[in-house]
Design a protein. Structure first.
Length: 572
C-alpha cells in the first residue's frame, strides 16, 4: 500500500508547479513544447479556414460558369428592333483568335462576291475605270486611270487575294499613265486614286504605289492656286489648267474642297515633302476664319473670296465628307495639339448637326434634315448614312455624358438608315428619302448604285459597341445585293429599288468600300485596327504615323508597315 501511494505521488509530481520551479531547464522545455503545439493548432485552423473560403469561391465560380454555359446553349440572341434572326453563339479557337464560324462563313461569302466582281472587271474592263456588266465592256468615267483597279488594290490585299493583287500591281507599275489630256475631278481622283495608291503602299510597302501617288498628286496640286487657296474642283491632268464646273456658277463645292486633307497629309508624311500638306491644311484655316457658330457650311464656296455662297446645308451630297475629314484628320494627327482645331471645328459642326435632327411620325425614326436659309427640309440622302459611323467614331473624344449621348444618336441614325433598306420591296435603299408626317419615310430618287454608307456605319458601330446586331443588319443588306445586283458578269445597281430593274454599271466604290466594309464587319477587330488606321472617304485605310510639323520636315519616306503575312492582320 505504501509502495502504491509512493509511485502515484511520483506520477503526480509532474503536474505540481513546484517541481518545475526547482528545475528551470525542464520549465523551459515545457514552455517551448507549449508554444509549438499552440502554433501548430493555430496554423491548422487558419489553413482550414482559407480552404473553406477558397472552396466557397470555387463553388461560386462553377455556378457562374454553369449559368453562362446554359445561356450560351439556349440563348437566342434577341436583336433589338429587327426581331428577324436568331443566332446561336458557337465559337472555336484558331491561331489564338476566337473565331465565330458564322462570321467566318459570311466573310468567305463576301470574299467570293469580291472575287466575282474582280474577275468580271478583269475579263471585260481591264485597265478601264469601270465595268458595265450587262453590256460587258469598260468605260472611262474618270479619264482612264484604272479607277476600279486602283480602288480595289487594298481590298484584294486585305482579303488575301494575292495573285489578283500582284497582277494589278504589275498594271500599275507598267501601264498606268496619268499624262492624260482630261479634265479630272480633283475630289474623285484624290479619294480613289491617291487614296487607293497610298493605302496599297501602306499595306504592301511597295514603293511603286508611292511613286504613282506622288505623280498624280503633283498633277492635281495646281488646283489649289486660287486667290483664297480654296481649290478649283476640276483640273486637266496633262496641262494643269483648273476651273470649276459650269453648273455651280463658278463656285467650288464644299465636300470637293474639304476632302483631300487625309490623302495629301499622308503623302507629305511618306515623302517628307511639305507642299501637299500645306495646300490642303490652308483650306481648313481659310474656312475656320469665317466658321459659323453652328459649324454648318453651305455646299458652295467662292474660291476667289473664300466665303460661303447662299446654298443648301447638308450631311448628304456635296457636304458630307467635309465634316468626315475634320474628325479624321484629328485622328490621323494622333489627336495632338497641332490638329486640335480640326476636332474643335468638328465638335462645332456636331452642335449644328443636332439642330438638324428630327423624328418621323408615327414610328419616331431619327433623321438628319437639310437646311436652306432658315428653313429645314425633311429630306435625307443615303449618302448621309456615313454620319452614324462618323459620330460613333468621334464620340469617344467627348466626356462620358456627351459620349453616351452621341453614341445613342449614332445608333438611332443607323437604325433609320437600315430601314431605308428594309422598307423597299428589294430591301435595297433608294438614293434619298423624304419624311412626311404620318408616313415615316418615302423614297425620293429611287435608284440604288451599290453605295456603301450604311454598311460603313454598321462596321464602325459593330467595332465600337461590339453589338452583333450590326453584323446581322449588314448581312441582310449583303444578301439583298446578292439577290438583286449580282449578275453573270459582275454587280449592277438598280434603276428603281421598288421594281428591281437593273442598271448597267459596277461602281468602283462597290469594290473599294461596300465589299471591304462588309468583309471587315465579319473579321476580327484586329484586322485594320481603328487604333492604327484611318479610312479615307473611299474606305482606303491609311496608317496613322507621326505628323510632320511644318518647318520640321522629317524624311519619313519608306515608312515600313508590317504586312498581313507578317501577322499584322491576325492571320486567319
Ligand atoms: C464614294 O466615292 C465616297 O464614299 C464619297 O465620299 C461619297 N460617294 C461615294 C460612295 O457613295
Amino acid at each position: 500500500m505504501a509502495r502504491t501511494r509512493s509511485s502515484s505521488s511520483i506520477r503526480w509530481r509532474y503536474v505540481n508547479p513546484a517541481y518545475y520551479l526547482k528545475r528551470p531547464k525542464r520549465l523551459a522545455i515545457l514552455f517551448m513544447a507549449f508554444v509549438s503545439i499552440s502554433f501548430f493548432v493555430w496554423d491548422r485552423q487558419t489553413l482550414v479556414r482559407e480552404h473553406e473560403e477558397e472552396l466557397l469561391m470555387l463553388k461560386e465560380e462553377v455556378e457562374r460558369l454553369q449559368n453562362e454555359l446554359g445561356e450560351l446553349k439556349h440563348e437566342d440572341v434577341s436583336y433589338t428592333k429587327t426581331n428577324t434572326t436568331a443566332k446561336k453563339i458557337d465559337v472555336t479557337k484558331m491561331d489564338g483568335l476566337v473565331i465565330d464560324p458564322i462570321e467566318a462563313q459570311r466573310r468567305e461569302k463576301v470574299k467570293d462576291a469580291m472575287l466575282h466582281a474582280w474577275t468580271s472587271y478583269e475579263t471585260y474592263a481591264w485597265g478601264h475605270d469601270e465595268l458595265q456588266p450587262q453590256s460587258k465592256n469598260g468605260v472611262d468615267s474618270f479619264g482612264g486611270l484604272g479607277a476600279t483597279l486602283i480602288d480595289s488594290l487594298d481590298t484584294l490585299y486585305i482579303m488575301g487575294l494575292d495573285e489578283q493583287f500582284q497582277k494589278a500591281r504589275e498594271w500599275v507599275a507598267n501601264s498606268l499613265d496619268f499624262n492624260k489630256n482630261y479634265d479630272a475631278s480633283v475630289f474623285e481622283t484624290t479619294i480613289r486614286v491617291v487614296g487607293g495608291l497610298l493605302s496599297a503602299y501602306d499595306l504592301s510597302g511597295d514603293n511603286v504605289f508611292l511613286e504613282k501617288a506622288k505623280d498624280i498628286a503633283d498633277r492635281l496640286l495646281p488646283a489649289w492656286n486660287t486667290p483664297s487657296g480654296i481649290p478649283y474642283n476640276i483640273i486637266n491632268l496633262a496641262h494643269g489648267n483648273a476651273h470649276n464646273p459650269g453648273w455651280t456658277g463658278g463656285d467650288s463645292i464644299l465636300a470637293d474642297s474639304g476632302t483631300e486633307q487625309l490623302e495629301f497629309i499622308a503623302l507629305t508624311q511618306r515623302t517628307g515633302d511639305p507642299k501637299y500638306q500645306e495646300k490642303v491644311e490652308n483650306v481648313i484655316l481659310v474656312l475656320n476664319k469665317t466658321f459659323p457658330d453652328d459649324g454648318l457650311l453651305p455646299i458652295y464656296i467662292n474660291p476667289h473670296r473664300g466665303t460661303n455662297s447662299h446654298s443648301t446645308i447638308t450631311f448628304g451630297a456635296m457636304g458630307d465628307s467635309f465634316y468626315e475629314y475634320l474628325l479624321k484628320v484629328w485622328i490621323q494627327g494622333n489627336k495632338t495639339a497641332e490638329v486640335k482645331h480640326y476636332r474643335e471645328m468638328w465638335e462645332t459642326s456636331m452642335k449644328g448637326l443636332l439642330s438638324l435632327v428630327r423624328k418621323t411620325a408615327p414610328s419616331s425614326f431619327t433623321y438628319i434634315s437639310e437646311k436652306i436659309g432658315n428653313s429645314l427640309i425633311d429630306k435625307m440622302d443615303e449618302l448621309a448614312c456615313f454620319a452614324p459611323g462618323m459620330i460613333a467614331l468621334g464620340s469617344s473624344g467627348y466626356g462620358p455624358d456627351e459620349s453616351r449621348k452621341f453614341l445613342n444618336l449614332a445608333e438611332e441614325l443607323a437604325w433609320t438608315c437600315y430601314n431605308f433598306y428594309q422598307s423597299t420591296p428589294t430591301k435595297l435603299a433608294g438614293e434619298n428619302y423624304f419624311f412626311h408626317s404620318g408616313q415615316d419615310m418615302t423614297v425620293g430618287t429611287s435608284w440604288n448604285i451599290l453605295r456603301p454608307e450604311t454598311v460603313e456605319s454598321l462596321f464602325y458601330l459593330w467595332r465600337l459597341t461590339g453589338n452583333k446586331t450590326y453584323q446581322e443588319w449588314g448581312w441582310n443588306i449583303f444578301q439583298a445585293f446578292e439577290k438583286n445586283s449580282r449578275v453573270e458578269s459582275g454587280y449592277v445597281g438598280l434603276k428603281d429599288v421598288n421594281t428591281g430593274v437593273k442598271d448597267n454599271m459596277m461602281q468602283s466604290f462597290f469594290l473599294a468600300e461596300t465589299l471591304k466594309y462588309l468583309y471587315l464587319l465579319f473579321s476580327p477587330p484586329s484586322v485594320i485596327s481603328l487604333d492604327e488606321w484611318v479610312f479615307n472617304t473611299e474606305a482606303h485605310p491609311l496608317k496613322i504615323v507621326p505628323r510632320v510639323v511644318p518647318g520640321e520636315e522629317r524624311k519619313l519616306n519608306n515608312i515600313r508597315v508590317r504586312t498581313r503575312k507578317e501577322g499584322r492582320f491576325g492571320g486567319f
